[in-house]
Design a protein around this ligand. Structure first.
Ligand SMILES: Cc1cc2nc3c(=O)[nH]c(=O)nc-3n(C[C@H](O)[C@H](O)[C@H](O)COP(=O)(O)OP(=O)(O)OC[C@H]3O[C@@H](n4cnc5c(N)ncnc54)[C@H](O)[C@@H]3O)c2cc1C
Ligand SMILES: *[C@@H]1O[C@H](CO)[C@@H](O)[C@H](O)[C@H]1NC(C)=O
Ligand SMILES: *[C@@H]1O[C@H](CO)[C@@H](O)[C@H](O)[C@H]1NC(C)=O
Ligand SMILES: *[C@@H]1O[C@H](CO)[C@@H](O)[C@H](O)[C@H]1NC(C)=O
Ligand SMILES: *[C@@H]1O[C@H](CO)[C@@H](O)[C@H](O)[C@H]1NC(C)=O
Ligand SMILES: *[C@@H]1O[C@H](CO)[C@@H](O)[C@H](O)[C@H]1NC(C)=O
Ligand SMILES: *[C@@H]1O[C@H](CO)[C@@H](O)[C@H](O)[C@H]1NC(C)=O
Ligand SMILES: *[C@@H]1O[C@H](CO)[C@@H](O)[C@H](O)[C@H]1NC(C)=O
Length: 379
């Protein structure tokens, strides 16, 4: 072999190490670690399993739609109870040998920056993955008013597509604040014509100014639709009828009924209630990872990638502007495809660099790196 200078050797060694370090596939327990087992996480697990990716899904089982009787507007599963839907998904996914489902809470996700993988702890055990998917969902913050939790998802709803059809043409109450109540009127008017706003003391100049700016003529619309505003302070919601038992399954009608109690001792009766509750992230993991957030949602790019490379966010938790089961499934599937392809590109690069080292670099610099190093030192 021709004599080589130490500078030339150092260059070769540097290039060798650069290629080896950049392209090596980290030794990990799983290709992908999924946090959350709602429709988003399940969909991601399905997509990864179909291409034999070794994936593990952790689920603490606090589902956003747990309070609802039936899941709607999910074609092929319209009206299926959410738990039945998830159970069917789990049963179908369980046949894939590379898929693992664990009922446990993920405590932490830590990027191992130099190595390009993630350490995940759940139930006191440690797992490692090349990518992490967060399908960790949201929590609805209900007003503390007594009766709210009983009503939520069972005659009181926030989305017309969820339970609106089962309460169509029934007397509906929209619970304040006033600034949100107007857009709710616009959303539900096609389903309910007997609508009253219960503004809970928010019929004030500030709220009106917001509406005047955003929806000029809003008050005229309310007048045209005969929607009145009741400004009394709400003290409690009392259930008078239970649509779980009082219903007409043939006509898809549920006959819930509520009495709203006010601070001035007046009351009002409505068959369904509409509430826009604020939401927050279910999980502390997004903030623990320091992910970019907007409006309390995880910021994602078009590949469902977050601001931290290797971490993806799907379902309600992300900020792509949609919170429903079809979106959870679409984004879970989307992330599975993007991750599989990204990992496959990493593997293809590693395949070339390995072969390059075997057939190219190794041949040119000799098989025995140590001997070469000694020789280089002696020149
Ligand atoms: C009352 C109600 C009724 C609804 N009805 C409908 C409907 O009819 N049709 C429809 O399309 N949508 C409906 N929705 C919306 C629907 O619930 C959500 O869009 C959907 O659940 C989002 O799925 P997801 O997988 O993103 O989140 P989720 O279903 O909330 O699942 C998130 C999962 O992540 C888990 N998790 C969080 N942190 C961790 C952690 N650290 N470790 C492990 N697991 C963790 C949680 O425990 C949970 O199991 C309804 C919502 C509500 C509130
Ligand atoms: C995890 O929870 C699901 C849904 O409740 C259940 O079907 C399954 O049996 C649980 N798995 C284990 C290992 O307990
Ligand atoms: C009504 O307003 C009070 C006081 O602001 C608040 O505590 C309560 O949660 C509100 N209730 C509803 C149903 O909005
Ligand atoms: C609505 O109630 C609030 C709080 O009690 C009060 O400040 C406001 O003046 C009321 N609005 C109207 C139109 O009465
Ligand atoms: C308007 O609504 C009120 C109840 O809020 C009702 O008593 C009245 O009959 C309605 N008027 C019309 C024209 O629909
Ligand atoms: C409504 O009926 C269902 C079904 O019988 C029952 O499980 C539930 O507890 C009832 N809810 C209330 C508030 O009575
Ligand atoms: C409401 O009713 C309670 C109990 O009957 C009474 O003590 C209270 O003074 C009433 N409040 C108003 C505003 O009428
Ligand atoms: C997502 O990936 C794109 C393309 O690689 C990148 O430009 C973007 O910064 C990433 N993150 C987010 C949150 O968009």
């Amino acid at each position: 072999m021709a004599r080589i200078t130490s500078i030339a050797f150092a260059t070769i060694l540097f290039n060798f190490l650069a290629v080896a370090l950049a392209k090596a596939i980290p030794q990990v327990s799983h290709d992908v670690i999924i946090v959350g087992g709602g429709p988003a996480g399940l969909s991601a697990l399905s997509g990864l399993s179909r291409v034999k990716r070794k994936a593990i899904m952790f689920d603490s089982q606090e589902y956003r739609n747990a309070p609802t009787r039936n899941m709607h507007d999910v074609i092929g599963n319209d009206g299926t109870p959410p738990a039945v839907f998830r159970g069917l998904a789990r049963e179908q996914i369980s046949k894939y040998k590379t898929a693992t489902m664990v009922n446990a809470t993920v405590q932490s996700v830590t990027p191992v920056h130099d190595e390009g993988y993630f350490r995940v702890t759940a139930d006191g055990k440690e797992y490692t993955g090349r990518s992490v998917i967060l399908g960790t969902g949201l929590v609805d913050i209900l007003p503390s008013t007594p009766g709210m939790t009983d009503a939520w998802g069972k005659g009181m709803y926030w989305c017309p597509w969820c339970d609106g059809y089962e309460h169509r043409d029934q007397p509906l109450g929209i619970l304040g604040p006033l600034r949100d109540a107007y857009s709710s009127v616009i959303e539900v008017r096609h389903l309910n014509t007997d609508v009253v706003i219960y503004a809970n003391g928010t019929e004030n100049d500030e709220e009106k100014a917001v509406l005047n700016k955003k929806y000029p003529g809003w008050d005229k619309v309310l007048e045209a639709y005969n929607v009145t505003i009741n400004n009394a302070s709400i003290t409690s919601i009392e259930r008078l009828r239970n649509g779980s038992v009082a219903n007409d399954p043939k006509e898809d009608l549920q006959f819930d009924q509520f009495r709203i109690h006010f601070a001035d001792n007046s009351t009002a009766v409505r068959n369904a209630l509409f509430l826009n509750a604020p939401t927050v992230q279910r999980s502390h993991i997004p903030s623990q990872l320091g992910l970019g957030m907007a409006d309390k949602k995880i910021v994602v790019g078009s590949k469902f990638n977050t601001t931290l490379p290797g971490v993806y966010a799907i379902g309600d938790a992300n900020n792509d502007g949609s919170t429903n089961v079809p979106h959870a499934m679409y984004s879970g599937k989307g992330a599975a495809v993007k991750i599989h392809v990204a990992l496959a590109h990493e593997e293809s690069a590693a395949a070339i660099s390995k072969r390059g080292l075997e057939k190219g670099a190794w041949r040119s610099i000799g098989d025995d790196l140590e001997a070469l190093w000694k020789r280089a030192q002696s020149v």
